[in-house]
Design a protein around this ligand. Structure first.
Ligand SMILES: O=C[C@H](O)[C@H](O)[C@H](O)COP(=O)(O)O
Length: 225
């Protein structure tokens, strides 16, 4: 395992300390979350009683593979905890998410959780967001028009592709990866984008994180907001 993967594993596994018996947990998406789900599965095998709501089909598959019981929002509308990764985290803990295309479900889950724990390897820490192009989920109908409106806000949107076809999210939508350069005011940019017809959600998670776990190859820093 390389150093970056070790750091992801450290952050993912360390998040287990926030999990208590009886909790309903929002399960984020991505390669850092993988380590959290794997660890959680081990404890479920040892008798831990939890239920998870997955934020993507991939996460659902991992939860089933590792034996983590699942539930859904028809059973509960609040979560004790959500744990998720990020593509960038700035010094105020604003996040860019959606590199894997799961941002809408991830944001619904994070917003429904009493506590939102973010797990990243150290490479995700930045002074300001923007080096990672901002994922914006848009409706397929008229996506070209929506992309033009986003370009008018100062971005270079590129529609995400997957093996030569347009990438489709778990919600059946497209993702525009939008290079805005350095994002000086993430919350304001999010609001501007949300006002555009055709925009479903943005990958800016501003002011949502309660804890930030930063993994290094040989340990983890746990930061409180
Ligand atoms: O849509 C994907 C999610 O926002 C992920 O949490 C994010 O891309 C980070 O993933 P990873 O832990 O694989 O870097």
């Amino acid at each position: 395992m390389d150093a970056k993967e070790m750091a992801k594993k450290q952050a993912g596994e360390a998040s287990f300390r926030f999990i208590e018996n009886g909790m309903t947990i929002g399960l984020g998406s991505g390669s850092t979350v993988y380590w959290m789900i794997r660890k959680l599965g081990e404890h479920v095998c040892d008798g831990l009683n939890v239920a998870g709501i997955p934020s993507s089909r991939q996460t659902e598959a991992w939860a089933k593979e590792f034996g983590v019981p699942l539930t859904d929002f028809s059973q509960t509308q609040t979560l004790d905890l959500a744990i998720d990764g990020a593509d960038e985290a700035d010094q105020s803990w604003n996040l860019t998410k959606g590199g894997g295309g799961a941002l809408v479900r991830e944001k619904i889950i994070a917003a429904a959780a009493e506590q939102f724990v973010v797990i990243v390897d150290e490479s995700k820490l930045v002074d300001q967001l923007g080096a990672f192009p901002l994922p914006v989920e848009v409706l397929p109908f008229g996506w070209e028009v929506t992309a033009e409106r986003i370009a008018n806000l100062g971005a270079k949107p590129v529609v995400r592709q997957n093996n030569g076809s347009l990438f489709t999210s778990d919600n059946g939508n497209y993702i525009l990866d939008c290079d805005f350069g350095t994002i000086h005011e993430p919350a304001a940019l999010h609001q501007q984008l949300k006002q555009l017809v055709g925009v479903v959600e943005t990958g800016i998670f501003a002011g949502m994180a309660d804890k930030l776990l930063v993994g290094h190859p040989d340990g983890v820093d746990i930061r409180d907001s």
